[in-house]
Each structure stands twice: as C-alpha cells, then as structure tokens.
Design a protein around this ligand. Structure first.
Ligand SMILES: *Cc1c(COP(=O)(O)O)cnc(C)c1O
Length: 454
C-alpha cells in the first residue's frame, strides 16, 4: 500500500511557535497611532489585549515557547494529518505530487483554535473575565467559544449578519460552548447602531463587527478583545501547522516546490508557509501563493497603504493591502475571506515579491471543491477551496509542461456548515457578484478621509 497520510505522535507536537519577524530582512513598518501619526505606543493596546500578546506582537525572538497548558489542549486534535492527494493527482492525470495539511480535524472544524486557545490562555493568566470578538463565517467565533469554554472565560461574539442568516448552526455550536452571539450590525453598540442607521438592510461586514467587539471591550475593565487573524501574534500561533507539515513531508522524502493557502486575513496561509519561508530566505527554491476571492481582492486589486483594521476607525493604522475600511464585500459564501485588509506581514511579503497572489471567482472555487470532494472525500470549507482551485490549476499546468512539481496546500477547514452554499452551487443558482472598479475606488476614498486627507 502507498502512504496516504502521515500522523505525528503527540510528543512531536511543536514546543515553540516560529516567529518570521526574526528572519525577515525587511520587516513590515510599524502600526501607527491614528491621532499623532507616530508609531504606536504598545501601551495603547493594553485596553484590548493582555500584556503577553502585546509582547508577542512586537517580539523579534525567533522561537516563542508554547505554554504547557496550551500544548495540552492542542493535543485534543494536534498533530493534524498531512495527506498525499493521490486520487486527485490521478483524476487530473498530473505528474505533480499534491500534499495537503488538514486542519478540519479540530473541534471547531478549522485552523482557528490554534490561536484561539493561546489567546484565551494568556487572557486568563492576566485575570481577564470575558472576551469579545467578531466572526464572519462563524469559524473564528466557534473557535474562540470553544477555547473560552475550555479555559473558563465568557465569550461574546458579533456575527456578520449575512452569515448569521446563512449558517444558523454555527451559532448553535457557539452557544453549546456557552458563548453569547449577536448578529452584526447589532443594536448593542454605538458602531452597530450607526451602521444600521446608514443601511438597515446591510449584510454586515467583518469591519463593522470588529468595531462592535472593540467598542464593547473598551467599555469594560474585565473584558478584552480577541482577533482571529491579521495580527502578528495570530500568525505566530498558526505556525504549528507549518512546523508539523515540515516534519511530515520530510518523512515522505519530499519538499514542496509551491505552497498554496487561501487568504482572508492571512493566518492559515502564514501558518503553513512561514516555517518553509525561512528556508526560502536561506536560498531554497520555493514559490508561495496566496489565493483570495475575486469578490474581495485585497492583495490583487487593493492598495498597499496605512488603513484602519475596522470600519469605524477604532483600531490603530496598519500598513497593509486594503480595499478601504469602508469596503463592504459582496455576500460571497467564503465568509471567512470577506475582509477589506490583509495581515501586515503577508502584505509586506507580497510587496517584496516573496509571496505571489491570485484571485478566483466563487463558482470556479466551488467547482474545484466539488471535484475534490468527489475524489478525496473531504468536503472542504469554501475558503479552503480557493487554495484547492489554485493547486488544481497548477497541477494541470504541470501536466501540460510535463513537470513533476511538489505542491502543498493548507486545507484550512471542512465545509459541513456550508452545505446551503453547496446546494446553491449544485442547483446552478450561485451568483457571481464582483466589485466594479468604481466601487473599489469609492471604498479606497475612505482611507484618505479617515486620515483627514480628503
Ligand atoms: C477564517 C478562515 C479562513 C480565512 O482566514 P485566514 O486568517 O486568512 O486564515 C480560511 N479558511 C478557514 C477554514 C477559515 O475558518
């Protein structure tokens, strides 16, 4: 029998997270204080994040120790399997070798608990009682609800309206783990009420939901805020994915030529890619490809500039690829990829040519997802299916050129809560709603307005 998947024993669970900031020759520029325009004083983050996470956001240490209690919880599902997609290779008749790391085996069904557990842990260590957050498709909200439940914290989730309506069972899951869930924009916060006044029928956006969660955390002494992507410390926690994958692929005597990951805020892609990127920086040949939706084309059509992380402008300014914090993406089914910005780390790497970016419209993505499920069995999250689309296209190019490249991608989650989207696709009723250049230009204007540079 040929090897289909590689499991690592629990003792091989990484002891450290890997910090790419230690090795980048040109690290991203710092976050700025929107009032003064100066680099942000870390103390300004204290109302939102515990000290330990603020330190991780800034640190240049190459390795950050994973607390024993966090490793212990990770062991509920980690190490995750690395698969060889032999049946997909055969179906595509490609000489390429295709591998994927599967993060859908976590209790919440995605990679997000890797950071949720760490964040809940550090908050608990600093006597925080409650965490607030936003969630798009519901994966981050479920991950944080799960982590808070295991670590004894309360959890309040603002869930983007369109997902709240499309995925009622994600909400049930969060409530099973004890979280309180509001559709966003909600009437609970000033930011939510403002958004509802502006447009009572808004599908919501991650930017608005972040404003709500941040506002709520600022209002209460014992409450802090948790972000599921974008920030350095989140990407850091996700590197357990790549550190495991590296050992696993070596056990199969392989090394990737190209690594793919879908990109919403950038965390699952970074988690897989960064440990390998270290080798690229040391001279090893390797391509890294970030895949995003054409409906929210942050890396491929956005501007690399300072912008707010949220719609209301409550966060520091981050240097990132952005579509403008006023941009409300079309209601595509990959809700986890509907974010106007991108991790500053990923943005800098794209700007420096170390990472490539491509975008796909959603029907092409669902076509790939269905083909994948029909040969490999696993039903992918629509977000992860973006990476699958890109891998399949690369494998087809390999067939045409006769090159036997090794391709590795992150299957960031399963799609068991996305069946209504699959339903629409199978019935031929899935819409393709792409933003026009005029809409993108209008949203970009919000960046300049936010800075008073009309
Ligand atoms: C949230 C999510 C994403 C997008 O977020 P990143 O920070 O870019 O990883 C991708 N896939 C799944 C399954 C998700 O839950």
């Amino acid at each position: 029998m040929q090897t289909t998947k590689v499991f690592l024993p629990e003792v091989e669970l990484p002891w450290f997270w890997y910090n790419i900031l230690a090795d980048l020759p040109n690290p991203p520029p710092p976050p700025l204080d929107p009032e003064s325009g100066d680099p942000l004083d870390p103390a300004a983050l204290a109302p939102l994040f515990p000290q330990a996470l603020i330190e991780q956001e800034m640190t240049r240490e190459p390795l950050v120790l994973i607390p024993q209690a966090v490793r212990q919880i990770y062991s509920l599902w980690r190490p995750t399997p690395l698969y060889r997609a032999k049946r997909l290779e055969e179906a595509l008749e490609t000489p390429a070798k295709i591998f994927y790391k599967y993060e859908g085996v976590s209790p919440a069904g995605s990679h997000k608990p890797n950071t949720a557990v760490a964040q809940a842990y550090y908050n608990r260590e600093e006597q925080v009682r409650r965490l607030t957050t936003e969630t798009g498709a519901g994966q981050w909200g479920s991950a944080l609800a799960f982590a808070c439940c295991l670590l004894g914290l309360e959890c309040t989730v603002y869930m983007v309206r369109v997902s709240y309506d499309q995925k009622p069972y994600r909400r049930s899951m969060m409530e099973v783990w004890g979280a309180t869930v509001y559709p966003s924009p909600s009437r609970e916060t000033e930011a939510g009420r403002q958004a509802l006044t502006a447009n009572p029928n808004t599908p919501g956006s991650l930017g608005i939901a972040i404003s709500e969660a941040v506002e709520e955390a600022r209002k209460h002494e014992d409450t802090k805020y948790a972000l599921g992507s974008v920030l350095n410390h989140v990407l850091l926690h996700q590197t357990v994915i790549g550190l495991e994958a590296m050992k696993q692929i070596e056990l199969l005597d392989a090394f990737p030529d190209v690594i793919f990951g879908c990109c919403g805020g950038g965390s699952n892609f970074a988690g897989l890619a960064f440990p390998f990127l270290k080798e690229k920086l040391e001279g090893r040949a390797l391509r890294l490809v970030a895949v995003e939706p054409a409906a929210c084309p942050t890396l491929t059509r956005g501007h690399y500039t300072y912008d707010f992380g949220d719609t209301a402008g409550l966060t520091p300014l981050l240097k990132m690829h952005s579509l403008g914090h006023g941009f409300v993406p079309p209601a595509i089914h990959a809700g986890g990829l509907r974010y106007h910005g991108m991790a500053p780390l990923i943005s800098a790497l794209v700007d420096q040519g170390l990472v490539e970016a491509i975008a796909y419209p959603q029907r092409a993505v669902f076509e790939a997802a269905v083909s994948f499920a029909r040969v490999e069995g696993i039903l992918p999250a629509p977000e992860a299916a973006h990476a699958i689309r890109a891998v399949m296209d690369e494998a087809i190019r390999c067939k045409e050129s006769g090159e036997n490249r090794t391709l590795l991608f992150n299957l960031s989650g399963h799609g068991h809560f996305d069946l209504s989207a699959y339903d629409l696709y199978l019935k031929g009723e899935m819409e393709e709603d792409l933003p026009s250049s005029v809409e993108l230009d209008r949203a970009m204007a919000s960046i300049l307005r936010g800075r008073g540079e009309q």
